[in-house]
Structures are given as structure tokens and as C-alpha cells.
Design a protein around this ligand. Structure first.
Ligand SMILES: [Zn+2]
Length: 270
């Protein structure tokens, strides 16, 4: 085919897709695999809200490993595979997982979506702080850190590619805003009172913890439930923030799993 004909054909195809553009209601994230039609210009979305956990290496670290591609590859291998393994934990398993750049994101659905994303983030953060960070500590004292953001919103997604070789494209704000939250730590570390790799959640996610505090709104005091009046909030509010779509506040925490009752929290998901 002549290149001119090829170009004309692609223009026509794109115009036809534009005219036929549709959005179909989505019930479950797993149906993306079948419903995000490859050839039809039909995107899946609707009013259901989903939760995205976005985790990424903090590239702003002044660390010399950037000069060594093999070291960098080892870090990615350690970091990204461990992250995906956490996303696939049997009790707080994600409903969709994808690798993106230096990190990965997971999408959760259902009544426990926010709590599952939170438990996965605490679990990964623990491994990161206790193992990954020290293992790849820079000789010159550079520190590795990671960015963690959790957001809840509607989705808009479609497969784009060719048969047998395609990617889901996330056009809605869910994934981008989870990534944007995670970046707050890199862009404005002064807002976090020296926290290390804090878990940053949007107001939309925070509301789910207010609605059901038993999933971790307050510290557990090692299971001591007698001092309800003195419960310490797990999430710290940051109001020095403004975003068209995320609002004027977010929350962060560096809470870890309680050695006494971590498994009790996870059991509540069942
Ligand atoms: Zn406890």
C-alpha cells in the first residue's frame, strides 16, 4: 500500500471510531478483560467507584545508583516483583494489577476496596523500610524512598492495541490522581513532618475509614479497647493543598502493622 493510502485509511478509521464512541457501564473490574472491546470504540466506565493504590520509587533521591544500569535493574527486580506479590496477597488481593514506569498500581473493587488497598500499602511499606531500603542503601549515604498514593473514583478504561497485543488505557482520573497523591511526598516533603515513605490517601478514601473505623481509623493500643477517648488517629490531615479534582486536603500515615492484631484486621475482610 502506498503511504498516502495508508494515511488516508487511518484517518478514516479514526473518524469512524470518533463517531461511534460509546461508554458502557462496568459492574466488575474483571470484566475489563472481556468488556474493554479492542475494535469497537466503546470505553467502559459508569458510576461505580474503584480504589487505586499507586506505588513508585522516589526518583528524586540524590543517589548514585542511577549511574549503574545493572544496580538499577536489580532494584527494579526486587522492588517491582515484591510489590506485585503484595498486590496478589490472598486476603487483600487486587482485582487488577499493572506495571507503570518504575512502579505499579493495583485496582480494588467492592465494599472493602479502600481497606484492602491500605493493608497492601502497609505490608509493602514494611518490606520496603526493613529490607529494600537498607539493601540498596547508597554508599554515599543516599536514601531510597518510595511514593505511595491511594485514591477512589470512577473509571474509564479501554483496551488499545491489536489482537493478542494490547494494553488497557486508563483515561479516567483514578490512576492519575493516585499517582499525583503519591508524588506529594517527592514534591513537598516538608508537609510530612519527616515521615519516611508515607502512605498518602485522598479525602474520598479517608471517608471510608470514617464510615467504618474498625478497619484502622485509630491506633489499636495493642488491643486495649478501654481507652476509647484517647484513641490516636492513624491518619494526619494536610490542608496545605489544592487540586481541581482531589479537593483541598489529603491525609497521610506511616502506621505499621501491630504485632498483636495485624491478622485480626485482615480477618475483618472476610
Ligand atoms: Zn494491635
Amino acid at each position: 500500500m502506498q503511504i498516502d493510502d495508508f494515511i488516508e485509511e487511518l484517518k478514516e478509521k479514526a473518524e469512524k471510531r470518533f463517531d461511534d464512541f460509546k461508554i458502557a457501564e462496568i459492574e466488575s473490574i474483571s470484566s475489563i478483560k472481556e468488556d474493554a472491546y479492542l475494535e469497537k470504540p466503546t470505553w467502559v466506565g459508569g458510576d461505580n467507584k474503584f480504589v487505586c493504590l499507586f506505588v513508585d520509587l522516589d526518583k528524586s533521591s540524590k543517589i548514585s545508583f542511577k549511574k549503574h544500569p545493572v544496580t538499577m535493574a536489580k532494584i527494579y527486580d526486587y522492588f517491582t516483583q515484591t510489590l506485585v506479590d503484595v498486590f496478589n496477597h490472598e486476603s487483600f488481593c487486587a482485582d487488577y494489577v499493572d506495571i507503570k514506569g518504575d512502579g505499579a498500581f493495583a485496582i480494588y473493587e467492592g465494599e472493602h476496596a479502600s481497606y484492602k488497598a491500605f493493608y497492601a500499602s502497609i505490608t509493602f511499606r514494611k518490606i520496603f523500610e526493613e529490607k529494600i531500603k537498607t539493601k540498596f542503601q547508597d554508599d554515599e549515604g543516599g536514601n531510597l524512598s518510595c511514593k505511595i498514593g491511594i485514591h477512589k473514583d470512577k473509571i474509564l478504561v479501554k483496551k488499545i492495541g491489536k489482537r493478542g497485543d494490547y494494553n488497557e488505557v486508563w483515561a479516567g482520573r483514578l490512576v492519575n490522581n493516585a499517582a499525583k497523591l503519591s508524588k506529594q511526598f517527592q514534591d513537598a516533603p516538608e508537609k510530612f513532618n519527616g515521615a519516611k515513605s508515607p502512605i498518602i490517601i485522598s479525602e474520598e478514601v479517608y471517608k471510608d475509614f470514617v464510615a467504618q473505623p474498625k478497619f484502622g481509623l485509630y491506633n489499636c493500643h495493642n488491643g486495649d479497647t478501654d481507652i476509647l477517648e484517647q484513641r490516636n488517629p492513624v491518619f494526619i490531615e494536610v490542608t496545605d493543598f489544592s487540586d481541581d479534582t482531589l479537593g483541598d486536603k489529603f491525609y497521610y500515615t506511616q502506621v505499621g502493622w501491630c504485632v498483636h492484631c495485624a491478622d485480626n484486621y485482615i480477618d475483618k475482610l472476610n
